[in-house]
Design a protein around this ligand. Structure first.
Ligand code: UDX
Length: 441
């Protein structure tokens, strides 16, 4: 089976490489020549654990190729995945320009029946839109099918998520297209991964409904955590007991500084926009977006409260040095997109605080955002040297095993805001830290 994947961003590259690993012959295409040259030289443009060896192996075994030649690639393949970006516009809706351009390219090169698969996260209705574009350009008599096959990949665990998915969703309009998609995913089929076959619109909705629900679940536990802080309850015990109810499940009940990343913020906004377009006011999602934004500012308030300064003052953090551990939106990624660290750090800097930050791999991306407004450190210990307060913003595993006595000795004052709840409050108090966390009193 020969498969084309158009767009070698995060989704396209993981999808193409993993399909090759599962035996497909895959050609990945991108208009960015520099990126394709790099990939052909064995350089991987994203950080994703486990991806590099898969690419290396499958390129060597000639199941995986990278090219800029979109016309030839479309002509040579039965299945064409669209995995290009759908960046958010000002109003929160998804910009479909790249998807539309690819649809036109496919139509121009439609030399026989093809299955066109929407892998990018696209608004409900895009499948039909892509179908119309191809039909308009290629003409009425050309045979093709459009399929929606949303991805549910977590950054940092994308290879695992692709190989062992909770479900594979296929939204299609013909049995022929479903049969071909099952062939593409034959290895998953053998491994008994569950398939959900729907129409195109349902598949598109599943993606948004899932991501928005997870964003809502996190936001819910964040609000419970804020309430626990006020009421003297322990959110970890609350979440644990909640999760024991099979209807709730224990996952995505970890409180923190708010969700970030490339999916939840974008998809919640897009869903709110889609709802609005249909004249439906999706209150729950609108509120989730608002509360998640507030949570980041709440964290700044928390830090100010710990340091006993007034967060409403313009120079609240003047003469204070804050050591920050973790900048990426979550561990195991260098991705800074919508990371809560951006709002939190910018707010502290705007209120005259000095930031010394360390992240294991996101520093280069962080520099593009913060520029010279903060100091970048080589390791955890240099970030806390002379600091008044340590703020943990991302729960990298290496931050869980720090020599806290050494940290304390290096700091000027001993304030610790553990915004990912990775340390035991009692132990930290015993060590002499003035400690705060999210929702543990
Ligand atoms: C997510 C979805 O999990 C994935 O299915 C979808 O396809 C893309 O979006 P990702 O953005 O990579 O994946 O990250 P994820 O691990 O889901 O975390 C998202 C954000 O939520 C992070 O900022 C994380 O710190 C936060 N989070 C997650 C919490 O604050 N608490 C939790 O319990 C879980």
């Amino acid at each position: 089976m020969r498969v084309a994947v158009i767009g070698t961003g995060y989704v396209g590259l993981v999808t193409g490489s993993c399909l090759a690993e599962y035996g497909m012959y895959v050609t990945c295409v991108d208009i960015d020549k520099e990126k394709i040259d790099k990939l052909n030289n064995g350089e991987i443009p994203i950080y994703e654990p486990g991806l590099e060896p898969i690419i290396e192996k499958n390129v060597k075994e000639e199941r995986l190729k990278f090219t800029t030649d979109i016309d030839e690639t479309i002509k040579n393949n039965l299945v064409v995945f669209i995995a290009v970006g759908t960046p958010p516009k000002e109003n929160g809706s998804a910009d479909l320009t790249f998807v539309e351009n690819v649809a036109r390219k496919i139509a121009e090169n439609l030399n026989g029946y093809k299955v066109v698969v929407d892998k990018s996260t696209v608004p409900v209705g895009t499948g039909q839109h892509v179908k119309n574009i191809i039909r308009d350009v290629a003409g009425e008599n050309k045979r093709f099918d459009v399929v929606s096959n949303p991805e549910f990949l977590r950054e940092g665990a994308a290879v695992h998520d692709f190989m062992k998915p909770d479900r594979i969703v296929i939204g299609a309009e013909s049995e022929e297209a479903v049969a071909i998609m099952k062939d593409v995913y034959s290895a998953h089929y053998l491994n008994e991964a569950p398939f959900v076959i729907t129409n195109i619109e349902t598949a598109e909705m599943i993606k948004y409904a899932s991501n928005a629900f997870l964003a809502l679940k996190i936001t819910y536990i964040n609000e419970i955590a804020n309430l626990c802080d006020l009421a003297g309850a322990d959110v970890h015990k609350v979440a644990k007991a909640m999760g024991m109810d099979g209807r709730i499940s224990p996952k995505f009940l970890h409180p923190g500084p708010g969700y970030g990343g490339s999916c939840f913020p974008k998809d919640t906004q897009a869903l709110a926009y889609i709802a609005k377009e249909y004249g439906y006011d999706f209150n729950l999602i609108n509120t989730t977006i608002k509360v998640n934004e507030q949570q980041k500012f709440k964290m700044v308030e928390k830090i100010a409260q710990l340091l006993e300064v007034d967060h409403t003052k313009e120079n609240a953090f003047e003469n204070l040095t804050i050591g920050v551990l973790g900048l990426s939106f979550k561990p195991n990624t260098d991705d800074m997109r919508e990371s809560p660290s951006i709002t939190i750090i910018n707010e502290i800097v705007s209120k005259k605080g000095k930031i010394k930050a360390f992240d294991p791999i996101a520093t280069d991306n962080a520099k593009k955002i913060f520029g010279n407004s903060i100091n970048y450190c080589e390791d955890e210990y240099s970030a806390v040297e002379g600091a008044d307060c340590l703020v943990i913003l991302t729960e990298w595993n290496q931050f869980r095993k720090l020599d806290m006595q050494r940290i304390k000795n290096l700091m000027k004052k001993h304030y610790l805001a553990d915004l990912r709840n990775i340390y035991e409050p009692e132990k930290m108090h015993k060590l002499g830290f003035k400690y705060t966390s999210v929702g543990r009193g």
